[in-house]
Design a binder for this molecule. Structure first.
Ligand SMILES: Nc1ncnc2c1ncn2[C@@H]1O[C@H](COP(=O)(O)OP(=O)(O)OP(=O)(O)O)[C@@H](O)[C@H]1O
Length: 295
């Protein structure tokens, strides 16, 4: 285990933004912190990055005393600020000094990191002329420079256009082979593209913590839709999970994919109905997410 969060709470005056949350992150995991606006994502990440003091609770990186974890973390805030008059290289030199990277290592580290985020060709250009996507990649470079154990990114793709989004998600996909990543997003699709597990936050509380696969399997249902030429009246009346769409169409909810569909077909034959449409309907991951949010 790399991170252990225990009963973490943050109150802003009377308002509890994060309510007693506990979770763990394993070394090498890529975890998405998912939730709508105001869920408490930024507050949680800022506490993890050591920028905000928790009202109560414990944040531990393995084998470290609670207060010593900051240098092992790389953080990209939701709205990073840059000095627009600096060049990309100057900005990383500045960031490198702040995080006490030894002088002998810094130049090589900057070259390597700029290469990794595809900014080598503009390393001597002023940041003022950079696009949103380029700035975000530079912010990412700043967070990576000191080779952190845990990379924390607050909504790294929310403000980007589709190309910028793709570039940053591709970088994250490469990075997850090398380090542990926790990033927030309010878009399920972003989480799905790079992460295996999600923590869903709503109103400061954890609504779900687990793999995307288990989210889907535990919150989705499948159904079978049947349409016949004749009316379906009295055909499936004894089945509880039957929903009549119209006289000729029903949807039968089935709890497992192993449901024996032959039973339904047999019933149609017994009752002399002519089948014109038969389809298995399956909830998507998005449906599962909405179910968790509405719980
Ligand atoms: N400095 C602050 N003072 C008072 N309330 C705050 C402060 N920062 C955040 N909040 C409140 O705490 C709650 C959680 O905010 P937070 O920014 O952590 O949510 P979020 O999930 O990151 O949302 P978003 O997606 O909009 O960034 C919100 O109700 C917000 O209004």
């Amino acid at each position: 285990m790399l991170v252990n969060i225990n009963q973490l709470t943050k109150s802003y005056k009377q308002h509890q933004a994060v309510k007693n949350i506990s979770f763990q992150i394993q070394k090498g995991e890529c975890v998405a912190l998912l939730g709508p606006n105001g869920a408490g994502k930024t507050t949680t990440l800022q506490m993890l990055a050591g920028l905000l003091t928790p009202t109560s609770g414990i944040i531990q990186l393995t084998d470290e005393a609670p207060k010593d974890f900051r240098k092992r973390i790389g953080f990209l805030p939701q709205h990073p600020t840059f000095f627009s008059w600096m060049t990309a290289k100057e900005f990383l030199q500045f960031a490198g000094k702040l995080s006490h990277i030894p002088k002998s290592k810094l130049a090589n580290k900057i070259t390597e990191t700029l290469e990794f985020v595809s900014l080598t060709h503009v390393q001597n250009k002023r940041i003022g002329g950079f696009s949103g996507g380029m700035k975000q990649r530079l912010g990412l470079a700043q967070a990576l420079l000191h080779e952190p154990d845990l990379l924390i990114l607050d909504e790294p793709v929310s403000a980007l256009d589709p190309n910028g989004r793709r570039d940053v998600l591709e970088i994250l996909d490469m990075l997850k082979e090398k380090m542990t990543i926790l990033f927030s997003t309010h878009v399920l699709h972003d989480a799905e593209q790079v992460c295996d597990s999600v923590i869903i936050l709503k109103d400061g509380e954890i609504k779900w913590n687990g793999s995307l696969e288990s989210l889907k399997s535990s919150h989705t249902t499948s159904a079978i839709q049947i349409k016949t030429l004749e009316s379906l009246e009295n055909v499936f009346d004894d089945l509880a999970e039957v929903d009549y769409k119209d006289a000729n169409t029903v949807t039968v909810s089935v709890n497992t994919t192993a449901f024996d569909t032959n039973l339904l077909l047999q019933r149609l034959i017994e009752k002399n109905r002519t089948l014109v449409h038969f389809e298995r309907l399956q909830d998507s991951l998005e449906d599962a997410y909405m179910k968790v949010m509405n719980q």
